[in-house]
Design a binder for this molecule. Structure first.
Ligand code: TYM
Length: 350
C-alpha cells in the first residue's frame, strides 16, 4: 500500500526571515496547499542548537516564534485548512528523535556540511544538539509520515539523511513492522525533497557566491520580510553587480553570480522564467533593471510586512493558532509514536 501523500516543512525562529526563506521555502508552502494536506512547523527546538548569543534568549525566542507564524499566515498559509504549530508543543518530536538517534550513525552526521559550517573550527565547543540537528529534522518529518518536503537547496543533504534514517529503521525493524501488519514492512516513507522554482538558493546581495542568510553580519546582504519599502529599494540599489549590461540569454549569466541572483529573484517574484526576464531586460543597464526589481520587491513584500505587523500586534491570536495547530499535529504524532513504540518493543500503557 503506498503512503498517503502529506507535506511537512519547518522554519527556524532565529532572527529575521529574509527573501531566501520566502522564495526558497514559504512561497512553495503556499502553493502546496492547493494539492496536499500540509503541516508547517515553527521549529523552536532547532532554534536553540546554537549559542544563546545566536538565538537571543527566551524573550526573543518567543517573539521570533510568533513572528514566523505571522509570516506563514501573511504569506497565505491557511491555518484552518492546514496545520500550523510550534515544534516544542508536540513531545513526539523529541521522542522519535531519540529512537532515530539509535538508528543514525555518527559517520552519517559527521558528513553534514551545515554542521561543519555552523560549528566552524571550534567543533569541541559546538552543542550536541547542533550535531544532532538533522536527526531531529528527520523526526519532524517522519512523525507525520510526510512524503513531500518543500525546502531550499541548502536542506538537500538533510533530506537525504532523513531518507537514510527511514530506510534503516524500516530494515532494522522489518520483522517487527511486518508482524504489526503495517504497509508491507514499510513503516516510514522515504520523504522526497521538493526544491523548485528559479530561486532555490537566493544569494547575498553583497556577494553572489554566498548564500543569503540570517546570520550575515551585514543587513545589506539580505532583504528581510519586515523591511519597509525605502529600505528594500535602497538595498537593491546598493546590491553588488558587475559592469557588463545584462545578457539576452540565460547562458550569459554563467560566471556572473550577482547578475544571476538578481535575475533569479526577479523571475521568482514575478512567476516568470529567467529566460523570459532576460528577453525583457537583456542588453539594458543594471540601473533600470534594479529599479524594476525594487518596485517588484516592494509590491510583493510590502503587503506581507504590513500583515505580519498587524498579526504580531495580537500575540493572543497567534498563540491560539499555535495551540489549535499543535492539538491537531499531536493527534497524528501520537498515533505514529504508539506504533513506533510497538515496533521497537517499548511496553506502553494500554
Ligand atoms: P531555516 O529556518 O534555516 O530555513 C527555512 C527554509 O528557508 C530555506 N532557505 C533558503 N532558500 C533559498 N535561498 C536561501 N538563501 C535560503 N536560506 C534559507 C531553507 O532551505 C529552508 O527550507 N533545517 C531547516 C528547518 C527544519 C526543517 C525540518 C525543514 C527543521 N525541521 C523538517 C524541513 C523539514 C532550516 O534550515 O530552516
Amino acid at each position: 500500500m503506498p503512503f498517503v501523500e502529506r507535506v511537512f516543512s519547518g522554519v527556524q525562529p532565529t532572527g529575521n526571515l529574509h527573501l531566501g526563506n520566502y522564495l526558497g521555502a514559504i512561497v512553495n508552502f503556499v502553493k502546496m496547499q492547493e494539492t496536499h494536506n500540509c503541516i508547517y512547523c515553527v521549529v523552536d527546538m532547532h532554534a536553540i542548537t546554537q549559542g544563546v548569543d545566536v538565538w537571543g534568549g527566551p524573550v526573543e525566542l518567543a517573539r521570533n516564534t510568533r513572528e514566523v507564524t505571522a509570516a506563514f499566515i501573511a504569506a497565505g498559509i491557511d491555518p484552518k485548512k492546514h496545520i500550523v504549530f510550534n515544534q516544542s508543543q508536540v513531545s513526539g518530536h523529541a521522542e522519535l528523535a531519540w529512537i532515530f538517534n539509535c538508528v543514525a550513525r555518527m559517520g552519517w552526521l559527521g558528513r553534514m556540511t551545515q554542521f561543519k559550517e555552523k560549528a566552524g573550527k571550534d567543533r569541541e565547543n559546538a552543542s550536541v544538539g547542533l550535531f544532532d540537528y538533522p536527526v531531529l529534522m528527520a523526526a519532524d518529518i517522519l512523525l507525520y509520515r510526510a512524503t513531500h518536503v518543500p525546502v531550499g537547496e541548502d536542506q538537500k543533504q538533510h533530506l537525504e539523511l532523513s531518507r537514510d534514517i527511514a530506510q534503516k529503521f524500516n530494515n532494522d525493524f522489518g520483522d517487527s513492522i511486518r508482524a504489526q501488519g503495517t504497509n508491507d514492512g514499510l513503516f516510514f516513507p522515504l520523504p522526497e525533497p521538493l526544491i523548485t522554482g528559479p530561486a532555490t538558493r537566493v544569494m547575498s546581495l553583497r556577494d553572489g557566491t554566498k548564500k543569503m542568510s540570517k546570520s550575515d553580519a551585514s543587513d545589506n546582504s539580505r532583504i528581510n520580510l519586515t523591511d519597509d519599502a525605502d529600505t528594500i529599494a535602497q538595498k537593491i540599489r546598493k546590491a553588488k553587480t558587475d559592469p557588463e549590461p545584462l545578457p539576452t540569454e540565460e547562458k550569459g549569466l554563467e560566471a556572473r553570480p550577482e547578475a544571476d541572483n538578481l535575475v533569479g529573484i526577479f523571475a521568482a517574484l514575478s512567476g516568470r522564467s529567467k529566460a523570459d526576464v532576460l528577453r525583457e531586460f537583456g542588453n539594458g543597464q543594471f540601473s533600470s533593471f534594479k529599479n524594476a526589481l525594487a518596485e517588484l520587491c516592494v509590491t510583493k513584500l510590502a503587503p506581507i510586512a504590513g500583515e505580519m505587523k498587524r498579526l504580531v500586534a495580537d500575540p493572543g491570536h497567534i498563540d491560539a493558532i499555535l495551540n489549535e495547530g499543535s492539538d491537531r499535529a499531536r493527534a497524528i504524532a501520537d498515533e505514529t509514536m504508539k506504533l513506533s513504540k510497538d515496533i521497537v518493543g517499548f511496553i506502553r500503557r494500554r
